[in-house]
Every structure is written in structure tokens, then in C-alpha cells.
Design a protein around this ligand. Sequence first.
Ligand code: ADP
Ligand code: MG
Length: 266
Amino acid sequence: MARVLAVANQKGGVAKTTSVASLGAALSELGQRVLLVDLDPQACLTFSLGLDPDALELSVHDVLLGRLPAGIVTRPTPDGADLLPATIELAGCEAILLSRTGREHVLRLALDEVADQYDFVLVDCPPSLGVLTINGLTAADEVVIPLQCETLSHRGVGQLLDTVADVQRLTNPRLRVRGVLPTLFDARTAHSRAVVLDVATRYEVTILEPPIARSVRFAEAPGLGRSILTTASRSKGAEAYRAHARAIAGQGSGTGAAPGTGPGTG
Ligand code: ADP
Ligand code: MG
């Protein structure tokens, strides 16, 4: 049975999509069978893995509306993981789902059908706390929260943790917060670290180590249709995501958490 990780933060530009693509490639390198799910109507994950969203006939939209099984829509990607791609049609899906009974559970039910074909499913959530993100959280065993380390970033984490608590209470009691992943991290200033410490103490949430440093190498990868694991294989960014993948897979040296920050909430 696949373990499902949702990567969520309602703020855009915090490296959700980058983290899903990079962790997916890193888990694939470890020999894990990985499915990535693009739940964002902007389809950035789909595009960044080399597929043209405008040219796709079938997408996760058809799966969420119960028209097609996930296995038919899933495509291979060059970095090893399979992808359940998105198109702009997904934007209309939210409105259609809102009138449906059990709307929070449609992704979970769809993934149940392919769960025995994968070790991990990584869900790239959109930048909102709407029904698509709720579907991602309802399908997930764990949620990873990328955090761009800047002033006031913590406010979004509080709102997201409130949503996680609602999901735990109403649709998915097994959901756990794996932790906050510091991204776009600037090790040269004290500010990034201060933001991370503030979030760790304020919410008693695990901080996942190592942080992902800000690097121009990340800007190049999506345009090449590959993750940074391929385009800058030996970069610090690639190595950091490899460490997280090892921790997630329960292999090797990845620590997964800073000492003394305690378990995730929930
Ligand atoms: P989200 O999915 O949360 O909106 P993205 O993964 O699309 O965020 O990242 C937003 C932008 O930041 C993208 O242009 C991406 O290439 C860039 N980016 C992501 N991680 C890093 C990093 N560690 N250093 C520099 N740029 C990054
Ligand atoms: Mg994104």
C-alpha cells in the first residue's frame, strides 16, 4: 500500500511544486515506485515534468469527477515517477465538486485503486485551502508544509494547521503533520533561521532538516522538463532533497527532523 504525502501551503511560490518534483525524483532514485499528483489548475508540476498541459486529453480532472480511473490517466515522466497530470479544466472541477456528496473523498477513493502499484504518492496541492487541497489532505497519511523563510510566513502555517485539524476531525483522522520544510532558505542571514525557530516554537511543529537553500539552479529545471535531481545532480539543492527522500523512505542518514522540536501536531 502506498504512503501518501500531501505537500501543502496556501501561499504560492513557497516551493510546493519544486519539492514534489524533487522528492519524487529522489525517491525514484532510491528504487521506490512513485506517483505524483498535480492538484493545481495552473498545472506547473505537469509542465515542469515535460508534459504540455494544453495538449493533454485526459487529466486528474476526469479522475476527480469519477469519469476515469487514475490508472488510465497516469503518465510516465523522465525522472522516474509516474504523474497524474493537471490541466486548466481542474479550475472548473472545484465548482462541480462543491455540489457533490463526499466531495472531500474523491481523490482518496481514486488513489485507493492504484495504491498497490506504488510505494509513495506525492500530492502537489494548489495555493488555496479550497476543496482540492482538502482532497489532498483527506487522501494523505502525512502533510509536508514548505515554508519560505520570511517575515509573516508563520501566519499561513497557523491557518494551514487549523485546516489540518479540521480534516483530522471530519474526513481523515489518520493525517499526521510530518513537518515544516524550510525552503528558499538564506543561510547567510540570521533572518531565515529566526523565522524557522519562531514557527517551531509557536506551533510545536517539527522542522524538517536540512533546509533547502535558495539557489539559481532551481530556476532552470522546470523549463527543461526535468527536476533538479537531473539538471544539477550534484548541487546542494539536489542533495538536500535526497536527504529528505532517504528520511521519508526510512533509509540512511536523513534525519527528517531537528533535535528537540518534538512531534508534529495532531
Ligand atoms: P509553489 O508550488 O509553492 O507555488 P514553486 O515550486 O512553483 O512554488 O516555486 C516557486 C518559484 O521558486 C519557482 O520559480 C521555482 O523554480 C523557484 N524555487 C523553488 N525552490 C527554489 C530554491 N530553493 N531556490 C531558488 N528558487 C527556487
Ligand atoms: Mg505549485
